[in-house]
Write a protein that binds this ligand. Structure first.
Ligand code: ATP
Ligand code: MG
Length: 801
């Protein structure tokens, strides 16, 4: 009945409707994949606005990825004519960034602070360790980075970290030095964004209370993957701890699925859900049990798999859609063959079945897997787009360009200084840079300011570099973003440098793409002349400026961002000062790496890690590399917690698919320069046989060796049964340098067709031999363990007489 009243609520089921129209108060929505959690969240925001229960400025919504946030904003604008700019919808990092920019003075930061990504952070730590003669074998920079990130996630400053021996004291000392370095350079890493804005709220009563009053509705998607600090941050915004009792002002609605918690390695705490219920005295919990996303073969597979996990809060999922196609499973002989199979299937899906390429996703457990798939797609001229991995803003040439731009904003940014001082090469060697670093440390100043202290030719070269950047800064005053970037590319010699490089054409193209990215940033984020997007009243007339600002914050207009220019989050709360377009663009580049690719907008196959696929959905999903050691991953499969997390990851992967699901594993795989021979994933044994269809590989006839049986065909059948119980199999690996193709000469006395014995796999038949000498390998079919490629220099095979 209620749904008839408003088109917004049409098509919701009863539980969804109840969740969307909850009265004020805290609530937890706990529900499985594809049950409409995100849709409920978005619809609730629209419903609150439409009925006047909230103003755009009174809403704070947190999602997990930039892609998800953008989608939410897009869906909202489609539902209502509303000023989405005034709303705080974004990722934790994005919202923290906004908060810190608005209150940078209170937070002790320059307004134009720069954000270090993980790579920058690592090089900053390396630089610091070198300066302070830290033994990098005893304290590897990567581990230090991990340690510091962990401390920050736990909300600990150096002074709060417990120390028990000289090693831990040293680590804390480095943490302290690192903090000082960041502060001096005006940069923050991802962990710092979160911790600093948490502290800002905690220690600054007027600011905290302002936002507490303002955000009457806090909505959190993917709540199961929040960490301790993020939850604490949310609590600061929601209310105060009053003598042990928690008093929240607005309503907090958390949405999540414990089965999709996949960020434990980054400190995610499923326990936040139960804590939330207790600490907020949550009275309303809603379960959604209808899955709207997938056909039942896909959903049954997901349900069967996740039922092998022991610690679950317990939910049911059903679908009214039919069974759909069976889940197809393919065994490839190599990773190349796997990629080729994917390519063939993808072509068919597009050509014969009419699927759009962007509705096809290839998911993998590790980034390194994408390369082979990319090259198969690339060679066949199938457009594709990679999320994650080496993303646009992480490519070397782009990082160089961004470093120059950062130096224009802040000459004392030593990380950027070090990156480009000798790039393109200008005769400044590592030794000179060391001298410069020593001088800077002695004088307690930035590298930029220490240049005059370096003697001789090196000093002259350094001086010339600094002068070039200073002149460029002068020259670009008053230019628009595009002009600044073009001038920079010219003056620094970056483009010129790549023109002479062998594979430079690609890089120049990417640099050109940077100009395009800046251009589209300007139009999207409102730096252009049409910057201000005014909300409309119910007749579609733009509301006046004052009405809008009143609407956005009736309580404390002083601390709120003025509406003009409508650039989200980059306005000083005290002065109304905005960031320069360049600084805003640099922030955007650091936060939204990956969202601006050369092929954006094109209908392209989507490639990403399983982690990055969370919350998304596609008609067709391929999950490759379903092998022991890869998925479940080596690092995690040894203990139960790790294995359960891998299983949740697999659950996330499966539930991304609407219509078609393809799983594959390969007998051999090149990873990190090594060929691995992997058993197929134990997860296959946890899927319902009836939902699967095993596809016979298109290669040499195995049948001739096993007369009367068809081990690779049928619904599971002999293959599924015979492969059980090989969990403990440790893959044998060996380094395999590329060798020129040779005629397969008989080696080790083996040839196709003969019977062999292997200590682990028992008796089998040789199907093929490849290579010679140390590189020789044999493809052997073992009746009880399937077909494997074995390195003959490693595997102990004896010929059976
Ligand atoms: P995940 O756990 O993967 O994040 P979710 O619970 O957030 O999933 P949504 O992405 O909100 O699920 O919804 C899954 C799909 O089902 C979407 O395409 C959504 O539009 C659709 N859907 C949700 N509810 C309904 C409904 N009542 N009627 C029709 N379609 C629906
Ligand atoms: Mg969702």
């Amino acid at each position: 009945a209620a749904s008839a009243a408003s088109p917004l609520l049409a098509n919701l089921n009863d539980e969804q409707l109840a969740a969307v129209t909850l009265p004020a108060g805290h609530a937890l929505i706990l529900a499985g994949a594809g049950s409409g959690k995100t849709r409920v969240l978005t619809t609730r925001i629209a419903w609150l606005l439409q009925n006047g229960y909230a103003t755009p400025g009174g809403i704070l919504a947190v999602t997990f990825t930039n892609k998800a946030a953008k989608e939410m904003v897009a869906r909202l604008s489609a539902m209502l004519p509303v000023n989405v700019r005034g709303m705080w919808i974004g990722t934790f990092h994005g919202l923290c960034n906004r908060l810190l920019r608005a209150h940078h003075k209170a937070a002790g930061l320059p307004q134009a602070f720069q954000i270090l990504d993980t790579q920058d952070q690592l090089s900053a730590i390396k630089r610091l360790c070198k300066q302070h003669n830290v033994d990098d074998e005893r304290f590897p920079p990567k581990q230090l980075a991990y340690f510091i990130a962990n401390c920050k996630e736990e909300g600990m400053r150096p002074g709060d970290v417990p120390t028990h021996d000289s090693d831990s004291r040293k680590k804390v000392e480095i943490y302290q030095l690192y903090e000082e370095q960041c502060q001096r350079e005006g940069v923050v890493d991802f962990g710092e964004l979160m911790l600093r804005s948490y502290e800002l709220l905690r220690d600054n009563d007027p600011i905290r209370e302002h936002y507490q009053r303002r955000f009457q509705h806090i909505l959190v998607d993917e709540f199961q993957d929040t960490n301790k600090l993020q939850y604490a941050w949310l609590k600061q915004l929601a209310g105060n701890d009053v003598g042990g009792r928690y008093e929240a002002r607005g309503s907090v609605i958390a949405v999540g699925d414990d089965d999709q918690s996949i960020y434990a390695f980054r400190g995610a705490r499923v326990g936040n859900m139960t804590d939330f219920v207790r600490e907020f005295d949550v009275q309303r919990q809603i379960k959604l049990e209808q899955n709207y996303r997938s056909y039942s073969n896909i959903l049954d597979s997901a349900n069967a798999l996740i039922s092998h996990n022991s610690r679950r809060l317990g939910k049911n999922l059903r679908t009214t859609q039919g069974a759909g196609e069976p889940v197809r499973v393919y065994e490839a002989s190599s990773d190349l063959a796997e990629a080729q199979w994917m390519l063939d299937e993808i072509k068919q899906l597009v050509r014969n079945d009419g699927f759009e390429r962007k509705e096809i996703a290839v998911l993998y457990r590790s980034n390194a897997q994408s390369r082979v798939i990319e090259s198969a797609l690339f060679n066949a001229s199938v457009p594709y787009r990679v999320y994650g991995g080496l993303r646009f803003f992480e490519r070397a040439e782009i990082k160089h360009a961004l470093a120059y731009l950062r130096l224009l904003e802040n000459p004392h940014d030593d990380t950027s200084f070090t990156r480009v001082v000798n790039f393109p090469p200008r005769g400044i060697g590592a030794r000179s840079i060391e001298v410069l670093q020593d001088a800077a440390r002695a004088a307690g100043c930035s590298l930029h300011d220490a240049v005059s202290a370096v003697p001789g030719k090196a000093g002259a070269n350094l001086g010339a570099f600094v002068a070039m950047v200073d002149v460029l800064r002068e020259q670009t005053q008053g230019l628009n973003l595009r002009g600044i970037i073009e001038q920079m590319l010219e003056s620094t010699g970056l483009v010129e440098h790549f023109r002479t490089e062998k594979e430079g054409a690609d890089r120049i193209e990417n640099l050109q793409e940077l100009v395009n990215a800046a251009e589209s940033f300007v139009t999207q984020e409102g730096f252009g002349r049409d910057a201000v997007a005014l909300p409309l009243d119910e007749h579609g007339t733009p509301l006046t400026q004052s009405a809008v600002s009143q609407g956005i914050d009736p309580h404390a207009p002083l601390l709120d961002e003025p509406l003009k220019p409508a650039v989200p989050g980059i306005v000083d709360a005290d002065t109304g000062e905005t960031l320069s377009p360049l600084a805003a663009f640099l922030t955007h580049a650091a936060l939204e790496a990956g969202d601006n690719q050369a092929q954006a907008g094109q209908d392209a196959v989507q490639l990403m890690t399983v982690h990055a696929s969370k919350g998304l959905e596609f008609d067709c999903v391929f999950i490759g590399g379903m092998e022991e050691g890869l998925f479940p991953h080596d690092n995690s499969s040894s203990d139960r917690d790790g294995l359960e997390e891998e299983r949740r990851l697999m659950y996330v992967a499966i539930t991304r698919a609407r219509k078609r699901l393809y799983l594959s594993h390969s007998q051999t795989r090149m990873l990190h320069g090594q060929t691995r021979y992997n058993a197929k994933s134990r997860f296959f044994d946890e899927l319902p046989e009836g939902a699967l269809k095993w596809i016979t590989p298109k290669q040499q006839g195995f049948g001739s060796f096993m007369p009367g049986s068809a081990p690779y065909s049928g619904a599971g059948g002999a293959y599924g049964a015979s492969a059980r119980g090989q969990f403990g199999f440790k893959s044998e690996t060996f380094a395999s340098p590329p060798v020129p193709p040779q005629k397969a000469a008989p080696s080790h006395g083996l040839r196709a067709g003969i019977a062999v014995f292997h200590t682990k796999f028992g008796e089998g038949k040789v199907l093929a031999i490849e290579g010679t000498g140390d590189d020789a390998r044999a493809q052997v079919n073992f009746p009880r363990h399937g077909t494997k490629w074995l390195a003959l220099s490693v595997a102990k095979l004896t010929v059976v007489e």
